[in-house]
Design a protein around this ligand. Structure first.
Ligand code: ADP
Ligand code: MG
Length: 398
């Protein structure tokens, strides 16, 4: 689960992390009141959407000369002017895709005197099986570009889970970021505090870009992007309360209501599979045959007919889907249940694209019979490769 920047800063503040003062608002009137609460003479008006790259982003409705999704304002009037322009407009960034995201909330923040912009993130380093800090002196810009062009400027420091962030770790990170004086002192509490927040709140990623050194030598978290481990959310009621469903894919929200593991992807082949491993293998083999999957979907081991119908409805509601591949291995799950679910779903929502079904396992003959008797235009397949090849062919022919 992702949260907004202003929420992330609130969470971090609770761990003693230095952030700027700010107020989240949803109307131009509120923007004025918010700006009056802050000291000035510099304010920053920041779009709150679940995507990065806002500063370099562009608003669809505004001309090419309009400023981006993070704007500096030098007066309260300017804050209000920017707020009027930005609220309700659609921000397109490198992370939103062409459709962009509507800006419904702004964060009015106290402007900082920036001396240096650094990069810091904390993540689970799967190679080491530990939490790691990733830092770079090249903050504030596209870190992917830095990683690609000058990987030597990115430093990873793996944290021992028992010892936590040691003095030696802080020194290594501070050296890598070339911190001196007051900033180096700040780092001694800042880095352990960020790590504590990450671990205690079960974050899966915490990205601070930029982490800044101000003109007065002190450090501050200027941007914060946080994702939480969905499997640990049950023990964080405070974090659950920060969920903003308007930022999430409606298909994923619908899927979670039915307890389906569904992730929307960019391709054209909708997939319904049981078992996460088989689902992953299905995505791979679709790619192998030259197409791209539209989603990951694991209907689970004991799916009911209703669950299958819901899954089918979600897949077909995706306008990018040009073909559907159902790949079920009936172990606990029975093939006849899947077949009934597919038939019921097609009767309910209709079928405008080719459908390939590969069934194997418990009650497979009964399942195939149900599909044949249904009179639906289902293309049967015998194994995984056969199924992938057939659906890719059918989509290309259509
Ligand atoms: P994004 O990463 O989505 O573009 P950021 O929060 O990183 O958004 O803001 C982009 C840039 O705007 C920062 O790199 C920084 O230069 C500037 N900026 C952001 N917040 C402030 C602030 N409070 N004071 C001064 N400059 C800021
Ligand atoms: Mg940023």
């Amino acid at each position: 689960m992702n949260i907004h920047e202003y929420q992330a800063k609130q969470v971090l503040k609770g761990f003693g992390v230095p952030v700027a003062e700010g107020v989240a608002i949803t109307s131009a009137d509120e923007a004025e009141a918010a700006a009056r609460q802050l000291p000035g003479p510099l304010w920053v008006v920041k779009s709150q959407i679940h995507a990065g790259g806002r500063g370099k982003g562009r608003f669809k409705e505004l001309g090419p000369d309009a400023k981006g999704g993070v704007r500096l304002a030098f007066s309260i009037e300017d804050v209000v002017k920017h707020a009027r322009e930005m609220l309700g407009a659609t921000l397109v960034t490198a992370q939103t895709g062409e459709a962009g995201k509507q800006v419904n909330r702004l964060y009015i923040e106290d402007g900082a005197d920036i001396a240096r912009e650094l990069y810091l993130s904390i993540l689970v380093d799967r190679t080491h099986g530990k939490v790691a800090f990733v830092v770079s002196t090249e903050g504030g810009m596209d870190i992917e570009q830095v990683a690609h062009d000058t990987p030597e400027r990115i430093r990873t420091v793996v944290i021992d889970p028992v010892a936590g962030v040691t003095d030696a770790d802080v020194a290594t990170l501070s050296d890598a970021l070339k911190l001196e004086g007051a900033a180096r002192e700040d780092a001694k509490t800042l880095f352990p505090a960020l790590h504590k927040a990450f671990v205690e709140k079960d974050m899966s990623m915490l990205e601070v870009n930029p982490l800044i050194v101000m003109e007065n030598g002190r450090m501050r978290v200027l941007d914060a992007k946080v994702s939480f481990d969905g499997n640990a959310l049950f023990r964080h009621k405070d974090i659950q309360a920060l969920r903003d469903v308007t930022e999430e894919d409606p298909k994923e929200i619908e899927a979670s209501k039915h307890d389906l593991a569904y992730i929307a992807l960019d391709g054209t082949i909708g997939c319904m599979v049981n078992g996460a491993g088989l689902a992953m293998a299905t995505l791979d083999i679709i790619k192998l045959y030259g197409a791209e999957p539209a989603n990951f979907l694991d209907v689970g081991g004991g799916a009911s007919k209703e669950k299958v119908t819901a899954a089918f409805r979600i897949i077909t509601s995706d306008p990018n889907v040009e073909g559907i591949l159902v790949n079920i291995f009936g172990g606990i799950m029975r093939c006849d249940i899947i077949a009934e679910g597919v038939v019921a779903a097609v009767r309910e929502v209709g079928l405008k694209v080719p459908l390939v079904v590969r069934l194997e396992g418990t009650n497979v003959e009964l399942g195939k019979q149900i599909l044949r008797d249904s009179g639906l235009n289902v293309i049967p397949a015998d194994d995984l490769a056969d199924a992938a090849e057939k659906i890719v062919k059918a989509v290309k022919a259509a």
